[in-house]
Design a protein around this ligand. Structure first.
Ligand code: PEP
Ligand code: MN
Length: 291
């Protein structure tokens, strides 16, 4: 007798075919590796403009950046809030980039909805079931982070809340979990990526920046996530990580980001995924830098 699963709508066993959808001309969950890059927090118009110009040059279709930040300490930078949403809108229009930004509170939904193409639910809100129910009624995709203390089953049940409300466009995002090991901020749970892909039809992406909390581990964990079956990556980059207002220690500068792209491309080839990012040379030829 087969075991009864606690969730249904998110289950691959139930739906049988993988969920693939398009956002702003980019297919998510299909053959292409879906790339999102940007700062942890939107800090200024100049900062977000520099990031947008860089990722546009690489052909990365989505920019991330928190306008409302869930900080552990109330004394830390809390985000530019509405002003941050404005800057995201400006670069999205200028460079035709999709936007991913976090919804911290349902009261902010109208503002965040207008400024973003994909609404991020952070690790801390993964168990905000009231919020998940409301997002089930929204006609925009939801990027659902795994809670830092959530089991894979709890994560899938959180997604089930959104699907049950009628919104089938959910992207699962592994972002590391808390373990006994203090040598990293979080332990990137690569097995959860493979497991989520086995259990669910939903696209699964990885956030190796929160997932490790350490800049030097972002490249290796990006490649590992892709080999494990991730449909995409969300990576924190900053023009000047040393002076970032949040998560500088895990953010890559532009050169460091460019340097990890070839290994991501190699991992994608192994996993049977296509990548579209590349560095455009002046003569119009595309090339990968520093292979
Ligand atoms: C982030 O993406 O910057 C973030 C705060 O993520 P998480 O909710 O995974 O901590
Ligand atoms: Mn961050």
């Amino acid at each position: 007798m087969s075991q009864r699963l606690p969730y249904q709508l998110v289950s691959l066993n139930w739906k049988k075919s993988r969920t693939v959808f398009e956002v702003k001309g980019t297919e998510i969950g299909g053959e292409d590796l879906f790339m999102i890059a940007g700062p942890c927090a939107v800090e200024s118009e100049d900062q977000i403009e520099k990031v947008a110009a860089h990722i546009k040059e690489l052909g990365i279709p989505f920019i991330r950046g928190g306008a409302y930040k869930p900080r552990t300490s109330p004394y830390n930078f809390q985000g530019l809030q509405e002003e941050g949403l404005e800057y995201l809108k400006i670069v999205s229009d200028k460079y035709n980039l999709g936007v991913v930004t976090e919804l911290m509170d349902l009261a902010l939904l109208p503002k965040v909805y207008d400024a973003t193409d994909i609404i991020q639910v952070g690790a801390r809100n993964m168990k905000n079931y009231h919020m998940l129910k409301e997002l089930g009624k929204v006609d925009k995709p939801i990027l659902l982070k795994r809670g830092m203390d959530a089991t894979v089953e709890e994560w899938l049940l959180a997604a089930e809340y959104i699907l049950l409300g009628g919104n089938e466009k959910v992207i699962l995002c592994e972002r590391g979990i808390r373990t006994f090991d203090t040598s990293v901020r979080n332990t990137m749970d690569i097995s959860a990526i493979a497991l989520a892909k086995q259990l669910s039809h939903l696209p699964v992406i990885a956030d190796p920046s929160q997932g490790t909390g350490k800049r030097s581990l972002v490249g290796p964990m990006s490649a590992a996530a892709v080999v494990a079956g991730a449909d995409g990556l969300m990576i924190e980059i900053h023009p000047d990580p040393e002076n970032a207002l949040s998560d500088g220690q895990q953010s890559l500068n532009f050169d460091e980001f460019d340097e990890i792209l070839p290994s991501i491309k190699g991992a994608a080839e192994l996993a049977g995924k296509l990548v579209s990012f590349s560095k455009q040379k002046k003569d119009g030829q595309k090339q990968f830098i520093k292979i």
